[in-house]
Design a protein around this ligand. Structure first.
Ligand SMILES: [Fe+2]
Length: 287
């Protein structure tokens, strides 16, 4: 299903988000147009086909409860100890990098949780200023694999990542081949948590170990993979505007965050929606 088959839905769904190599965009035709217009079944197919959907210009959700009620229409919400909604906002003294203003490396959500969500829904309550950074970076990994040189891809296929992460909500180990299959379509996708340079100031870094190739080839592995994941034809950095709703295909994409100016007014709310049936996390070893 392609975006331009959706001309009967409100907005202009044929477009892509600005400067994006992938993704679909539905813009409100007027500031009064409600988000309950476009049928969720069709938007779900848009996200599966284009991997990312930006809904822009629709009236904001009044609060986290209203966002939760909307997300429940997308499928079963993955509940966290804090509830459905993660408030992504800089903390005064963060104990973890997700509440810091520095960058977050590419990863997939739910990698340390019993179930992996199919969809991430991000609502931008307040965007940082235009020159304050804080974009969310998405990488389309099936395209990365499709375009990779065979010899380079063959090396990636030999590598397995082992990730250990302890934070407020879990203390888990995840093990996954870097190249694996999309759980529904079987299409090759990448599951990878980018390492951070040792001299990088980074709060509560996970322990990462990569095996399957000789240790002296690992630098080359990270370099070629990192470059391909962030190549302009595979990556999209979403520059938030207040009111944006972005729905991302967490089975195919990896995502991370650009650093932003500390105390910039960046506030996102994130909700995880499970697939149907929910995906039991194939990478989880202990938690
Ligand atoms: Fe994430």
């Amino acid at each position: 299903m392609t975006a331009h088959t959706h001309t009967h839905t409100p907005g202009t769904p044929a477009a892509r988000p600005p400067l994006a190599a992938f993704g679909a965009l539905i813009e409100a035709e007027s500031p009064e147009q409600r988000l309950d217009g476009p049928p969720v079944e069709e938007m779900r197919e848009l996200v599966r086909a284009h991997h990312l959907l930006l809904l822009r210009g629709f009236p904001a959700f009044a609060d986290a409860e209203e966002l939760t009620a909307y997300c429940a229409r997308w499928g079963e919400i993955s509940m966290w100890p804090f509830g459905a909604v993660l408030e992504l906002v800089e903390h005064e003294n963060p104990e973890d990098h997700i509440f810091d203003h520095r960058h977050v490396p590419l990863h997939w959500d739910g990698m340390y949780r019993p179930q992996v969500p199919e969809f991430q829904l991000f609502h931008c309550v307040s965007a940082p200023g235009h020159d304050q950074g804080g974009g969310t970076v998405f990488s389309q990994t099936s395209a990365v694999l499709r375009d990779a040189e065979p010899a380079v891809r063959a090396q990636w296929e030999q590598v397995t990542g082992t990730y250990r992460r302890k934070m407020e909500y879990y203390d888990s180990t995840a093990v996954s081949p870097v190249v694996t299959a999309h759980p529904v379509t079987g299409e090759p996708v990448i599951r990878y948590n980018e390492p951070v340079a040792p001299d990088d100031e980074f709060i509560n870094h996970p322990n990462l170990e990569f095996t399957g190739i000789p240790a002296d080839r690992l630098d080359e592995f990270h370099r070629t993979l990192g470059r391909a994941l962030r190549a302009p034809e595979h990556a999209y950095t979403h520059r938030w505007r207040t009111g944006d709703l972005v729905i991302a295909d967490n089975y195919t994409l990896l995502h991370g965050r650009e650093a932003f100016t500390s105390r910039a007014p960046r506030h996102l709310r994130r909700v995880h929606v499970l697939g149907d049936p929910p995906l039991e996390n194939p990478a989880l070893r202990s938690s």
